[in-house]
Design a protein around this ligand. Structure first.
Ligand SMILES: [Fe+2]
Length: 387
C-alpha cells in the first residue's frame, strides 16, 4: 500500500496570486528571501492578504536555510500565532516555510525527527500556502524539506506527506523575473526530479504520468526559457513542469542524484540545481545497468528513436549533455569549481555519507562504498561511467 499525496489546491495561470484575496483567516506569516522582497512580490502578497482581511508579518531567510534560522522563524510564529504560513520564493524559502510550520505546530519535537513513517499531526494551528518564484524544486507540491545543519556541514533530508502544502500558487508572472543562470540551475533540478521519480524503486502509474509529462515539457521549454527572458509561454510551462516533477517524486522518490547532491551541496555549497546538472548523465549511466528500459521509455517520450534500449540510453545521455552545455552548466565536479585538493581530502567521507543518504535505498541499483568512491572520482574527472 502507498498513500499518494497532492496539494489540495493548485492555482495555475495568469493572475494566480490574486487567489490570496479569497482565502479566509486572521494572520499570515510570510516566509521569503531578500531577492523576492526586492522584486516587490512580498508587497503584492501582503497587499492581497490585506484585501482578504488578513494581517501579516514577513520573515526573511537565507539561501540554504540553517537550523538556527528555522528556530528563529518558529519562535516568531509561536509569538504571532498565524493561521496561514506562506512560503514565497525559491526552494529554500519554501523549504524554510515548511520547517517553520512544523516547529510551530509541534514545538516539542526536533526537526531531525521528521521522516515519512511518522504522524506529524500538522494543521492544528495553521495551513500552508506555497508560491514558488523559481521553476525547480517543486517544493510547493512535494513532501520534502531540505534544511542545512551548518555545524555538521550536512543537508538534512526531511520528508513527510503532511508537509505537502494545502495550496500551491503557480502564477506565471513570478518566474519571469528569474535571471538566466537561475533558469538553468533550477531547470536541471526539475529535470532531475522527474528522471529520478521515473526510475526510483517506489515508482507507480501516477508518478510515471507526472514524471513523463514533466520531462517532455522541460526538454521543449527549458532551452527557450533560458534563451529568451521575455518568452512567457516557456517560463509558464517550466513553472508547471517543476511542480509536476515535485508531485512525481512525492508519489515515488528521488534517488542517487539527490544522495550525491545533498552530501556535496552540504560541504561545497555549489547550488543544488547546478550539482544536479553535473550528476544527471552519470546517474543514468550508472543506473542503466538495471533500468535501461525505463530510460528508453523516457528517451522515446522526448522523440529519440533507437533500435535498442542501450542505444536509447546513450542518445538520452547525449541529449542531456548537449542541453547542459547549451545552458552553460558544468560537466564535472572539477568544472563546478570544487578544488581537487579539497575533493580528495574528503573523498572517503563523501563516499560514506552518500551511501548513508536516506534517499539512496530508493535507487534501483545498489551502491557499495567502493563504487560510491569510484563514481565520485569519475564525476570529478568527467569520465564516462563504465562499471
Ligand atoms: Fe532537487
Amino acid at each position: 500500500m502507498r498513500e499518494l499525496t497532492f496539494p489540495r489546491t493548485v492555482v495555475v495561470g495568469k493572475g494566480g496570486l490574486e487567489y490570496l484575496k479569497r482565502v479566509g483567516g486572521k494572520r499570515a506569516l510570510v516566509v521569503c528571501g531578500a531577492t523576492v522582497k526586492k522584486m516587490g512580490f512580498v508587497d503584492r502578497v501582503v497587499g492581497y492578504l490585506k484585501e482578504a482581511g488578513i494581517e501579516s508579518k514577513t520573515f526573511e531567510v537565507e539561501p540554504e536555510p540553517s537550523r538556527e534560522t528555522i528556530g528563529k522563524g518558529a519562535q516568531l510564529a509561536r509569538d504571532y500565532e498565524p493561521d496561514w504560513i506562506i512560503g514565497l520564493g525559491g526552494g529554500s524559502n519554501i523549504d524554510a516555510a515548511k520547517a517553520i510550520w512544523f516547529l510551530y505546530e509541534r514545538p516539542e519535537m526536533d526537526l531531525a525527527a521528521i521522516n515519512p513513517f511518522i504522524r506529524l499531526g500538522l494543521r492544528k494551528k495553521a495551513r500552508l500556502i506555497c508560491i514558488p518564484t523559481t521553476s525547480g524544486s517543486g517544493s510547493d507540491a512535494s513532501f520534502a524539506t531540505v534544511i542545512t545543519d551548518l555545524r555538521e556541514e550536512r543537508k538534512m533530508e526531511l520528508a513527510n506527506a503532511e508537509l505537502v502544502p494545502d495550496v500551491s500558487i503557480l502564477d506565471p508572472d513570478l518566474p519571469m523575473a528569474m535571471p538566466q543562470r537561475l533558469v538553468a540551475d533550477t531547470g536541471f533540478d526539475a529535470l532531475s526530479h522527474a528522471l529520478e521519480a521515473y526510475i526510483a524503486n517506489e515508482r507507480n502509474d501516477f508518478s510515471d504520468a507526472l514524471a513523463l509529462m514533466a520531462v517532455r515539457l522541460i526538454f521543449k521549454y527549458l532551452p527557450r526559457a533560458y534563451r529568451s527572458p521575455e518568452d512567457r509561454e516557456a517560463r509558464e510551462k517550466m513553472h508547471n513542469a517543476a511542480t509536476m516533477a515535485g508531485m512525481a517524486f512525492t508519489q515515488s522518490d528521488v534517488a542517487l542524484g539527490h544522495a550525491l547532491g545533498h552530501v556535496l551541496g552540504g560541504i561545497f555549497h555549489v547550488p543544488h540545481g547546478r550539482l544536479m546538472a553535473v550528476f544527471i548523465p552519470y546517474v543514468i549511466e550508472y543506473n542503466a545497468k538495471v533500468v535501461s528500459e525505463r530510460y528508453a521509455e523516457i528517451a522515446k517520450a522526448v522523440g529519440i528513436e533507437a533500435k535498442t534500449n542501450e542505444e536509447a540510453v546513450e542518445r538520452l545521455v547525449n541529449m542531456i549533455k548537449d542541453l547542459r552545455s547549451e545552458l552553460g552548466e558544468p560537466a564535472s565536479l572539477s568544472e563546478a569549481g570544487i578544488k581537487r585538493e579539497d575533493f580528495e581530502k574528503r573523498l572517503d567521507e563523501l563516499a560514506e555519507r552518500v551511501t548513508k543518504s536516506v534517499v539512496l535505498p530508493s535507487n534501483p541499483r545498489a551502491l557499495s562504498l567502493e563504487n560510491a568512491k569510484k563514481l565520485l572520482q569519475y564525476i570529478y574527472e568527467g569520465r564516462r561511467v563504465d562499471f
